[in-house]
Design a binder for this molecule. Structure first.
Ligand code: ASP
Length: 433
């Protein structure tokens, strides 16, 4: 009966196709349909909105439950604290490097030169960024239920960490709650998988709308920005991350790069680190040998606070807008950009388009015209693909380094995935032992 139903099933080949391939097909078809339909492709946008809303629905419970489970599965609270500190230090350090790469690339390639745009001068008013101490104080939720209800991710993380650590500290009494959170976390992974099944259609609707609204030729003058962001992204992953993997982790970077393939394809096409989380966790565990405890704590944290790609993009865009409007930036402006973009990227949710909203914060802080946003908005989806990919590759890199330093990396799994020769060696060694 099984065989019959397989052959008789309409669209069987489509059903069997891997998700990322379906998403890619959805994207290409979307561009074609949008280009043919023009502005009337707007009618397809709701399919995309449906998908985006469904992703947003997942974020709060996914982060909350998986963080708690990540912490309680760690067992040793001291170790957890150490892992958390290591991860956060790596996350922030690599983010600052990312913005510097973005600024450097934009300074070299000057994508905005010669655009001669004029800003409505009244709009250019430097706004004070909230003082650092305020930003830190705001991370603590006075009302955790309020934080959950409004989706304040940083506050949710702080509360989840507190609750997770407390559960770990109370021993036996925590068991029923831990079981409940574990089963809810599992359910959220399942729900994510189900929502991701909508991705090909959502991406189709969104791409049709973008291509129809802006037309392909509008994208041409901005190709330089796209090229600079993509080149920066590749350098950051292939040179910087791989370099850290080999020099700090003393591991073969090729294996790391290979394991990125699946999650990177999901990130590139969905432009959501949160939505990619299940794929990231799976690859980190099964292909890189990162332990359950480290992966389920470090990766959700990274998907929420580590946004190297977003930071790199903010560096490029800020400089592009300054160049386009003929505004000279002082050395202190560069430092301000690095600091605000680091903080802004921490506060960026891992959902499509969040980086664009945070870019407005960076622009106003250094007094750049906010109109610049409108130019970027047209191509933001394309830029989002590159930055989300960098974001999740950074999370995976940090999970490997932290796991390695804590003795939580299964070297056999890490080593096995490239060539059969390596697998044979491992097997021979295993046989000898
Ligand atoms: N889409 C990005 C992410 O999910 C965030 C951003 O818009 O920069 O990682």
């Amino acid at each position: 009966m099984d065989n019959n139903s397989k052959t008789a099933q309409p669209g069987g080949a489509w059903t069997r196709l891997e998700l990322w391939k379906k998403i890619l097909i959805g994207m290409i078809l979307g561009v074609i349909v949008g280009t043919v339909m023009g502005p009337s492709a707007e009618i397809l946008k709701p399919i995309g909105t449906l998908f985006i809303n469904a992703i947003k629905m997942l974020i709060v419970p996914l982060v909350f439950f998986s963080l708690i489970v990540g912490i309680t599965s760690m067992q040793d609270p001291k170790k957890m604290g150490r892992i958390g500190l290591k991860a956060i230090a790596l996350y922030l350090g690599t983010t600052a490097v990312a913005i510097s790469i973005g600024l450097g690339m934009a300074a070299i390639f000057t994508p905005g030169a010669g655009l001669n745009m004029v800003a409505a001068s009244s709009d250019i008013a430097a706004q004070e960024a909230p003082p650092l101490i305020q930003t830190l104080l705001n991370m603590i939720p006075k009302n955790p239920v309020g934080a959950l209800a409004t989706g304040n991710i940083l506050q949710i993380i702080v509360f989840a960490i507190g609750l997770g650590v407390s559960l770990a500290l109370i021993g036996e009494k925590a068991e029923p709650a831990i079981k409940l959170f574990e089963s809810l976390a599992e359910a959220m992974y399942k729900l994510t998988e189900l929502v991701m099944k909508l991705a090909p259609y959502g991406v189709f609707g969104l791409m049709a709308w973008v291509a129809g609204k802006y037309g392909l030729e509008v994208l041409l003058p901005l190709i330089k920005v796209v090229a600079v962001v993509f080149l920066g992204a590749v350098i950051h992953i292939v040179v910087f991350y791989s370099g850290l993997i080999s020099f700090i982790g003393r591991l073969n970077p090729v294996r790391y790069l290979k394991a990125l393939t699946n999650p990177a394809a999901v990130a590139f096409t969905t432009t959501s680190s949160s939505g990619t989380l299940p794929a990231t966790i799976k690859a980190a565990r099964e292909e890189l040998g990162v332990s359950k405890g480290v992966s389920s704590f470090v990766l959700p944290l990274g998907a929420t606070i580590n946004m190297d790609g977003t930071a790199l993009y903010q560096g490029v865009c800020a400089l592009f807008i300054a160049q386009a409007f003929g505004i000279d930036l002082a050395a202190s402006d560069y430092i301000t950009i690095i600091l605000t973009a680091t903080l802004a990227s921490v506060g960026t949710a891992g959902v499509p388009g969040a980086g664009l909203i945070m870019l407005s914060l960076v622009l106003t802080t250094v007094g750049l015209p906010i109109e610049g946003l409108a130019i970027i908005a047209g191509i933001d989806r394309i830029l989002d693909m590159a930055r989300t990919t960098v974001n999740i590759c950074g999370d995976m890199m940090v999970s490997v380094l932290v796991a390695k330093s804590e003795g939580e990396l299964n070297k056999d799994i890490y080593d096995q995935q490239t060539s059969t020769a390596d697998t044979t060696t491992v097997n021979i060694e295993a046989a000898k032992a």
